[in-house]
Design a protein around this ligand. Sequence first.
Ligand SMILES: NC(=O)c1ccc[n+]([C@@H]2O[C@H](COP(=O)([O-])OP(=O)(O)OC[C@H]3O[C@@H](n4cnc5c(N)ncnc54)[C@H](O)[C@@H]3O)[C@@H](O)[C@H]2O)c1
Length: 88
Amino acid sequence: MLDNLSSSAVPNLKEHLEKGVIEFLRGDIRDFEIVNRSMRDADIVFHEAAQVSAPLSIEDPAHTDDVNVKGTLRRRVSLTNLTRVTTN
Ligand SMILES: NC(=O)c1ccc[n+]([C@@H]2O[C@H](COP(=O)([O-])OP(=O)(O)OC[C@H]3O[C@@H](n4cnc5c(N)ncnc54)[C@H](O)[C@@H]3O)[C@@H](O)[C@H]2O)c1
């Protein structure tokens, strides 16, 4: 799981971390390197990272666009690169 904890917290993950059902990486969806690292051994990717606050999107639309649009695009590019690696 990759999350920058901008609107969440590690204690919410405690139970899953203790059971060893997730690995947690703190990082930003806009950071290619950590996105690549988080997806390296994944068979399936659920992309849920988002800036979901409507008031924040009005206050700072550029940030919301950067996370929700460009962040999604960067993750897709990383996935495409990984898929190319595995199919060659
Ligand atoms: N909650 C719902 O009912 C629902 C329904 C339909 C679709 N969705 C969609 O699912 C997605 C997630 O929604 P949610 O309700 O789980 O929101 P949420 O705020 O609970 O979760 C979003 C997570 O993304 C993280 N995040 C924010 N910016 C980040 C960044 N730059 N890099 C890494 N992590 C970042 C936050 O810390 C948070 O943990 C959104 O795209 C939302 O539109 C949610």
